[in-house]
Design a protein. Structure first.
Length: 434
């Protein structure tokens, strides 16, 4: 088994669903998993794909695994009626996240992270936590404070392996040795190169997972590289860390009562989205844009987080783009990312869905397109059955009036952050000038 967490910058998946399923199966069908988890993890007993899909598998699929069919029937009887989740009824996390530096003694080889990299991650957490809460607050009241102290623990492992049962033992030790309150403390553990958590093997594409032990939530993250920055342009750690933290906030006990709020906008659904932010002079987050990958310079962000699905889309796989690509409620795009064009209309065009506008290198996926005399490029917006439907219809009506009256219009627009040298933009607002 590989003990190197390679390819951490590629699309990864969250293993929380698989862990939830394994532990639910063990609770109702102890004959499937031994009382003591095998060192090679739950996936050494049942394939990871089965564990990851168990909660969605049909009876026909489960008949190949009789014990699983029986377990599924028992769990369905226990499940609350109805599939809809009410944001106001969920019990979300209200507490403090603690970053832990675990030093692994692997048969004499020391595996850990540098103090400098851990300090950078702590700095990232301080700026990213408020942005995460902006999104997770859609699901209910929550809070995510960041402890200024990095917890320390030394553990012994053999053959470069440990599993989640062992990790839970590490978490319990950290809780007790630091006198941390269980319900309001979340410990984050990074896995260094050279050792592998067999329940979250990075070489199999797993980014991380979150769970709880003794009522205390924790997050496990596979990360890579060194010389970290808060911007994390190489995506060494920020996507996985923010993904697991956001899901932990909404689902602190890691059970089936609360949704996994990032999976729909991540590798689990082949639908990765990231949200980029700047910070103001007080350190508060300010939404810039969302994109599917970290844009190259000159796009300049201060930090990014994994996208959080809108509540109505949390169980979609995948959801529509509007379910992942959006500013948090109450936040606005940075003024530095919003551009303005003013003048009389050169043209007004409306076309069918999918037509778009512009060459491949400067394509905008819109249904309404305008040109403004004296301005470079074209500007547009969609006409779709989504949250922007009525606002966009109003903008089209206003543009028609402007075109008929030949008056001046001002549009505020943005350019896609992952494309530079482009001139075609997406309209945010339309203002008619006299």
């Amino acid at each position: 088994m590989s003990t190197i967490n390679t390819n951490v910058s590629q699309d990864r998946i969250c293993a929380t669903r698989a862990m939830k399923n394994a532990k639910h199966i063990r609770a109702v069908a102890p004959q499937v998993f031994p009382a003591v988890e095998p060192l090679d993890g739950f996936a050494s007993v049942l394939p990871f794909d089965v564990l990851n899909r168990f909660h969605r598998m049909t009876d026909d699929e489960l008949r190949r695994h009789p014990h699983l069919l029986e377990a599924a029937h028992k769990l369905r009887q226990r499940a609350p009626s109805g599939s809809a989740l009410s944001a106001t009824s969920l019990s979300l996390f209200k507490g403090t996240v603690h970053l832990a530096k675990i030093t692994f003694n692997d048969d004499g080889a020391i595996r850990t992270f540098s103090d400098a990299d851990m300090a950078t991650v702590l700095q990232y957490l301080k700026v990213a936590a408020p942005a995460i809460i902006e999104y997770t607050s859609q699901y209910g009241e929550c809070r995510l404070d960041v402890s200024p102290n990095i917890l320390q623990l030394q553990v012994d492992v053999h053959l470069g392996k440990y599993n989640d049962d062992m990790l839970q033992g590490f978490i319990k030790t950290l809780l007790s040795s630091n006198n941390l309150p269980h319900k309001s403390s979340c410990i984050v553990v990074f896995n260094p190169d050279g050792v592998v958590n067999t329940d979250g093997d990075g070489s199999k594409g797993i980014g991380g997972y979150h769970d709880s032990v003794s009522g205390s939530p924790y997050c496990f993250c596979n990360v890579g590289g060194s010389n970290y920055t808060v911007q994390d342009r190489q995506n060494h750690y920020a996507e996985t860390l923010s993904h697991e933290l956001a899901e932990m906030v909404v689902d602190p006990q890691a059970d089936f009562s609360n949704p996994e709020v990032c999976d729909a906008c991540a590798g689990n659904c082949n639908n990765k989205w990231l949200a980029f932010f700047a910070t103001d002079s007080s350190g508060a987050p300010h939404y810039l844009e969302s994109a599917r990958k970290v844009p190259p310079p000159p796009f300049n962000h201060d930090f990014f987080i994994a996208a959080v699905a809108r509540p109505k889309n949390a169980n979609d796989c995948p959801p529509p783009e509007s379910g992942c690509n959006y500013a948090a409620p109450g936040d606005k795009q940075s003024p530095g990312q919003i551009k303005t064009a003013t003048g009389k209309l050169a043209f007004l065009r409306v076309h069918r869905l999918g037509s778009g506008f512009g060459p491949p290198a400067d394509f905008i996926d819109v249904e309404v397109v305008i040109g403004i005399k004296g301005a470079q490029g074209a500007f547009g917006f969609t006409l779709r059955n989504d949250d922007n439907r009525f606002a966009h219809q109003g903008m089209l009506d206003l543009l028609r009036d402007v075109h008929r009256s030949d008056t001046v219009v001002e549009v505020e627009y943005t350019l896609a952050p992952e494309k530079f040298g482009t001139i075609n933009g997406t309209i945010l607002r339309v203002t008619r000038r006299k």
